[in-house]
Write a protein that binds this ligand. Structure first.
Ligand code: ADP
Ligand code: ZN
Length: 195
């Protein structure tokens, strides 16, 4: 049966690194553009993998994005007639993004947010638990475990960084299932681990 859906909602796409969050976000962005909707795409300025002004997947898909250092900067860039707002790497955004998302969704905007649900210690990442609880729609993706080939819901850090920021450095991480995932004893980088 056809169910009536009022406009304005939050969709969260989560999962470990390499699970296809950016690909899925880009797919939804492209479809919204095909539907002639006004779309704005943002990402935290912190994440500069591949391209400073685009969101990029590990499979080399790309879409242009406005890099923002803080949520006030994001709010300043918002178009009054925007219909769809997409956020990538949302786990790096500060708590200030939550009232902005709520306000947008309440005003009829479709908000799509992609981010890591867990840090590399297997703990909830930053604001993600709040976003997941507030979302109407949640898509939880899995990657492939690089050790055993099973479905992977965790991100394994492969190098100890000693405090150096290694955001999005694909060679420093791999996807693992819960059984193959190992939690390091000492972590040098609290930022990457969501603190
Ligand atoms: P995310 O945004 O979740 O990090 P991306 O959308 O950037 O994911 O990348 C997903 C792509 O990464 C896959 O389509 C595949 O080509 C590639 N990939 C590399 N390693 C893996 C893995 N272990 N499991 C699944 N896909 C992987
Ligand atoms: Zn495994």
């Amino acid at each position: 049966m056809f169910m009536h859906q009022r406009q304005g909602s939050l969709e969260v796409i989560c999962g470990p690194m390499f699970s296809g969050k950016s690909e899925e976000l880009i797919r939804r962005i492209k479809r919204a553009i095909i539907a002639k909707q006004k779309v704005q795409v943002f990402k935290p300025a912190l994440d500069d993998r591949y391209d400073a002004s685009a969101i990029a997947s590990h499979g080399q898909r790309k879409h242009e994005a406005i890099p923002v250092k803080a949520t006030e900067e994001l709010a300043r860039h918002l178009d009054p007639d925007v219909e769809v707002v997409a956020l990538d790497e949302v786990q790096f955004m500060d708590e200030g993004i939550i009232p902005i998302i709520e306000d947008l969704a309440n005003r009829g905007v479709r908000v799509m947010a992609a981010g890591l649900d867990l840090d590399s210690n297997g703990e909830p990442f930053g604001i993600m638990p709040l976003l997941l609880a507030k979302a109407e729609f949640v898509t939880k993706l899995q990657a492939i475990c690089m050790v055993c080939g099973a479905l992977a819901g965790r991100t394994q850090r492969l190098v100890q960084t000693g405090g150096q920021v290694l955001v999005g450095a694909a060679e420093a991480y791999e996807a693992r299932c819960r059984h193959c995932h190992e939690i390091p004893h000492a972590t040098g980088n609290r930022l990457l681990d969501g603190e």
